[in-house]
Ligand binder design. Structure first.
Ligand code: SF4
Length: 252
């Protein structure tokens, strides 16, 4: 009989549960559904108690894995030698990914009026009984949502991947490579989404192209640091038939 939950499916997902095809098979999602309203509220102590417990569980798992590998935590510290060239590359990629996120923030703040104007034009069209291409419009809105969702997710996962660069993890199936893979997926979806937005906002072409260039540089740097990112196997997602993959935009 098939197990209800897919082991580790939540470890390399994009945390976009409302768009995830694996909610019924994800233990994190199931646990979150059981949380009280207080435990979902960051202003409530119950929320932080729950976060603390998750970290303790993760630490337990990490200690068990290290014990299985015969590594003492102190021994691990002693074996870690600083590698300045690697540290510089880590620092660079972290900065680049954060710079992208803050530039996106700036773009949306600076162009609030344009997005508002688009909405007003649409309302007008509907009120005047003019035909509206809803599908076309939804694609645009979806693209904006994708960009916004991944904007800070990319630096978070890039940071995690960079943190694991000097580790003695499996270069193919280690955590750093898995984090690089989900960062890369988010990055590529964002690139596609920007292309959709660029076509809708020709007057913003230069600014959007600049953001696309930043993402392309980041993609090159990430692929350079994690040449094996494609071969990492994400439980569930990489077992999914290709035709059901979500949110992929056609760049052509
Ligand atoms: S695997 Fe899906 S349901 Fe589970 S945490 Fe990730 S996005 Fe949410």
């Amino acid at each position: 009989m098939q197990e209800k939950f897919i082991s580790g499916v939540h470890n390399y997902c994009d945390r976009w549960c409302e768009r995830c095809p694996f909610t019924a098979r994800c233990i994190v999602y199931a646990n979150e559904q059981e949380l009280s309203e207080e435990a979902k509220d960051p202003t409530n102590p119950a929320f932080w108690e729950n976060i603390k417990k998750s970290f303790e569980d993760m630490l337990d798992m990490l200690n068990k894995t290290m014990a299985e590998l015969g590594i003492e935590p102190e021994e691990e510290d002693k074996q870690t030698k600083p590698d300045t060239a690697l540290a510089a590359r880590e620092e660079h990629i972290r900065k680049q990914s954060m710079l992208y996120a803050t530039n996106v923030e700036h773009f949306f703040k600076q162009n609030t009026d344009i997005f508002q104007q688009k909405e007003n034009e649409l309302t007008e069209q509907i009120e005047e009984g003019q035909p509206v291409d809803i599908e076309h419009l939804q694609f645009f809105q979806d693209a904006v949502e994708v960009i916004r969702w991944y904007q800070f997710f990319i630096p978070a996962k890039t940071d995690r991947a960079a943190n694991g660069l000097g580790d003695r993890d499996d270069p193919r199936q280690g955590d750093a490579n898995g984090s690089a893979k989900i960062a890369m997926i988010a990055l590529e979806r964002s690139l596609g989404a920007w292309e959709v937005v660029r076509k809708h906002l020709p007057e913003k072409q230069n600014e959007i192209e600049e953001l696309q260039h930043q993402l392309q540089h980041l993609r090159t740097d990430l692929a350079d640091l994690f040449p094996n990112w494609r071969v990492f196997h994400r439980p569930g997602f990489d077992d999914e038939p290709e035709k059901t993959m979500r949110l992929d935009f056609n760049l052509n």
